[in-house]
Design a protein around this ligand. Structure first.
Ligand SMILES: Cc1ncc(COP(=O)(O)O)c(C=O)c1O
Length: 464
């Protein structure tokens, strides 16, 4: 059922009262002064009118934000809105829906699991979906990364990785090693430990000064001088460092910055030389996104600890894992209970999520997903290249199934977002980028539509 917001919302306390009584913005005539009241021009469904005042959206100024799009279903690469509009999801729900939405194999496996055992605690309990998933991950991940600690979200898996690294040294009787080196433009999650290793500016360390742990930050090294500087830094600080954490090849939410495999390889060598643990956060890059199953493969490195999440369940539900090598795991292997890893989320290894992840791995084995990523990369590169000529665009880059248009200044951002939606695509430009991380199942026709929409919309944006 759909209704008029003015009739439905007569609560004087409505936080949206100033903005949401406007109907259908006329996107063609929007300019900087135009109030954009909702991202989607369709009418507002009753459930959204009834509930919108009670939810708090992520990274959102609730007072000024347009009403989010009302999604009622998903299908393949499409989000389906309440009024039947179909949008190509150019972001695969924040990099998660790697096989597209509603894949029948995943639905069948999760449904089966739902009927048998939706959840059981993991403390003192083993269940088949988790053990099968752990052994499959151990086989799939590079080197001897084979000790899998499940958690319920990417940020938590990073917290676990940080704690694992700190406790690794303590368990070996070495004290004072509790700091981390992370990189400019890094994003590792929103929990406090994870935030402390994010880019200090992007993650607004200034807001949380005194609350966040103080860590070290460097540029991701790409040239000899930067490697030399990092070498000196590690030599000077290694007695205080528990580890170095990096998003391999692609730094995601911190600005979609790419670095070459060579950077990773030399970073691994430096960590070895200075005996510092290397943590690879593959939460965004894992499961085919950069063209190989894991980004670390392109540098032929094995980190000491790896975090995976997001596409682990193919976007079906939340699950993450922190995976350690033998060397790390062995430091916890002891007769002393105090040497155990001190962590245990209530929903760790949720059987439904593990069933989804197992089904997703089946699909990686049976469908030509990685080969298709190579085709997506070519099409994204060709499709986005013309944007390089537009006024205000400073870079166009692609890596695997990731396409990025970087601009000098992302002006008219709400207008841009609304126009993209009006053209049948779902993207969320932010900071100084318009980026695409579509499902890895996207067809040639759909990717052409995606790139065509972005090209045309960006050409209009350049004139605003
Ligand atoms: C590289 C990276 N690490 C960690 C996270 C946090 O994961 P989650 O949002 O599941 O907590 C994200 C999320 O975007 C990410 O991209």
């Amino acid at each position: 059922m759909q209704g008029d917001w003015r009739e439905m919302n007569n609560r004087s306390t409505s936080k949206f009262r100033d903005t949401r009584h406007f109907q259908t913005p006329h996107l063609e005539v929007l300019n900087d002064e135009s109030p954009i009241r909702q991202l989607h021009s369709g009418s507002i469904p009753a459930w959204q009118q009834a509930g919108a005042d009670f939810v708090w959206s992520p990274y959102t100024q609730m007072k000024t934000t347009p009403l989010p799009i009302p999604v009622v279903a998903t299908d393949g690469v499409y989000l389906i809105l309440d009024d039947g509009t179909r949008l190509i999801d150019g972001m695969a729900s924040w990099w998660t829906a790697c096989h597209g939405y509603n894949h029948p194999h995943i639905i069948a496996k999760v449904t089966e699991q739902l009927q048998r055992m939706p959840h059981v605690m993991f403390g003192g309990v083993h269940h088949e979906p988790a053990l099968r998933l752990a052994s499959r991950l151990a086989n799939l991940l590079p080197g001897d990364l084979k000790h899998v600690f499940f958690s319920d979200s990417g940020s938590v898996s990073v917290e676990v990785a940080l704690k694992m690294a700190v406790q690794y040294w303590l368990n070996r009787g070495i004290t004072g090693r509790s700091k981390f080196l992370s990189f400019r433009h890094a994003y590792h999650g929103d929990t406090t430990g994870a935030m402390s290793v994010c880019d200090p500016v992007n993650s607004m360390h200034s807001h949380f000064k005194g609350f966040l742990l103080e860590q070290f930050t460097h540029a991701v090294p790409q040239i000899d001088a930067e490697f030399d500087e990092l070498d000196r830094f590690l030599r000077d600080t290694r007695e205080t460092l528990a580890g170095v954490i990096i998003e391999p090849l692609v730094q995601g939410a911190g600005g979609m910055k790419f670095h070459p495999p060579e950077s990773l390889l030399r970073l691994r060598q430096l960590c070895d030389e200075h005996d510092v643990l290397l943590i690879a956060d593959e939460i965004a890059t894992g499961f085919g996104r950069t063209g190989t199953m894991f980004a670390c493969e392109q540098a032929s490195i094995v980190p000491d600890i790896m975090c995976v999440g997001k596409a682990l369940t193919a976007g079906t539900m939340s699950l993450a894992a922190t995976v350690a090598t033998d060397r790390v795991f062995d430091a916890f292997w002891s007769d002393d209970p105090a040497c155990a890893l001190m962590h245990g989320p209530t929903f760790m290894a949720n059987p439904l999520a593990c069933a989804a992840a197992n089904a997703s791995l089946d699909l990686f084995e049976t469908e030509p997903r990685l080969a298709h990523v190579a085709e997506i990369e070519t099409r994204l590169a060709e499709g986005l290249e013309p944007c390089r000529e537009l006024v205000g665009v400073v870079d166009v880059r692609t890596k695997g199934a990731i396409g990025v248009i970087q601009v000098a200044e992302l002006h008219h951002v709400e207008q841009l977002r609304a126009t993209i939606v009006a053209e049948g695509v779902w993207l969320r430009p932010f900071s100084d980028i318009v980026y695409m991380t579509p499902p890895l199942t996207i067809s040639d026709e759909e990717i052409n539509t995606l790139c065509g929409t972005v090209r045309e919309t960006m050409a209009r944006w350049a004139t605003w």
